[in-house]
Design a protein around this ligand. Structure first.
Ligand code: TXA
Ligand code: MG
Length: 310
């Protein structure tokens, strides 16, 4: 699978974006649904296509740190350290927004989320369009994130007629979201960059949503990333087998999600396996909770939300 676009494909994508249209593109985490971040009409199309509530802000994708600094009013020294180590890569930083960033992107809030994606095609696109791109995951709101161009195609997002295929995403889980806009850094969404990796660089980090009075990260809402088929997590193999027998005795078709033992591989394959299990027509999917360890934190988070009742 080619990781880069031909000149003709690239100019078509750039032209599309400059006309205020949507373009889905690969990143190293998941596929993004992109539009010019500084063009409110274009950004509005993202919300319409996903059926995304307007109170859920978007991540803005930039080529490198200098482009990010133009979109914020403060750039703490911790940000410099983090981007030197993790950009381009699966780390999103939340910082005080500059006035150029449209309200729609930030959901009217005082901060903007920024990241520089590592996928060569995403970098190629950002370099050619020479503008920041707002891009949530390219799925309908609340559903599984896409890790292949075929997943994006299958979700049939209205208003999306250009999908750039850069092969399966190497990371497979959405970026780590870290809020640096207040005195103590706060982890809003666990991802491929782990908590210990971040803390080793910048010291203690608070985990989880802020109080209800401030803007939450809707990625922290309970029900999210949900497959259509009900998912249930067991504590161990015994419990899984018990549940499997129980459901099968009741006449249900039960699928089992088995995750690779290595957390990197498991991250890469989680959404793809859930997409496949969804397509297979099971009544229920069972899996076993991975270990309660930092390397599994993001996967446990996605499983917890995919299996939440609401
Ligand atoms: O890996 C990723 O981050 C992918 C790829 C496409 O880059 N994008 C992605 O976007 O996962 P999305 O929209 O599905 O998730 C963005 C998350 C949401 O949980 C949103 O609430 C949070 O980031 N977020 C965005 N802006 C924020 C802000 N200003 N403050 C707090 N949370 C924010
Ligand atoms: Mg998403």
């Amino acid at each position: 699978m080619p990781q880069l676009l031909t000149e003709a494909q690239l100019s078509e994508a750039v032209e599309h974006l400059r006309q205020g249209e949507l373009v889905a593109f690969p990143t190293e985490t998941v596929y993004g649904l992109g539009a010019l971040a500084l063009n409110p009409e274009a950004v509005a199309k993202i919300f319409a296509a996903k059926g995304r509530p307007s109170h859920n802000p978007l991540i803005v994708h930039v080529r490198e740190a200098q482009a990010a600094r133009e979109l914020v009013t403060a750039w703490p020294e911790t940000a410099t350290r983090l981007v030197e180590r993790f950009w381009p890569g699966p780390l999103t930083l939340v910082l005080p927004r500059a006035a150029v960033v449209p309200d729609l992107v930030t959901a009217g809030g005082p901060t903007v989320a920024l990241r520089s994606p590592a996928h060569p095609l995403a970098q190629q696109l950002l370099a050619a369009v020479q503008a920041p791109l707002a891009a949530p995951s390219a799925n309908r709101s609340g559903q599984l994130s896409p890790t292949t161009a075929a997943h994006v195609l299958a979700s049939q997002l209205p208003g999306l007629d250009l999908i750039l295929d850069g092969g399966p995403c190497s990371g497979g889980l959405e970026s780590t979201v870290l809020d640096l806009s207040r005195p103590t850094p706060r982890l809003l969404r666990p991802g491929l960059v782990t908590l210990p990796e971040l803390e080793a660089l910048i010291g203690p980090i608070t985990v989880g949503a802020v109080d209800a009075a401030t803007l939450p990260s809707p990625g922290l809402l309970n029900k999210h990333y949900a497959p259509r088929t009900a998912l249930e997590c067991a504590d161990d193999a015994d419990e899984l087998n018990f549940l499997k027998n129980l459901y099968e005795t009741a006449g249900l078709k039960v699928g089992v999600l088995t995750l690779p033992a290595d957390p990197r591989t498991a991250s890469r394959e989680l959404f793809a396996r859930l997409h496949d299990l969804d397509a297979a027509g099971f009544d229920r999917v069972l899996t076993i909770w991975p270990p309660e360890e930092p390397a599994w934190m993001a996967i446990r988070d996605r499983l917890r939300r995919a299996s939440a009742d609401e």
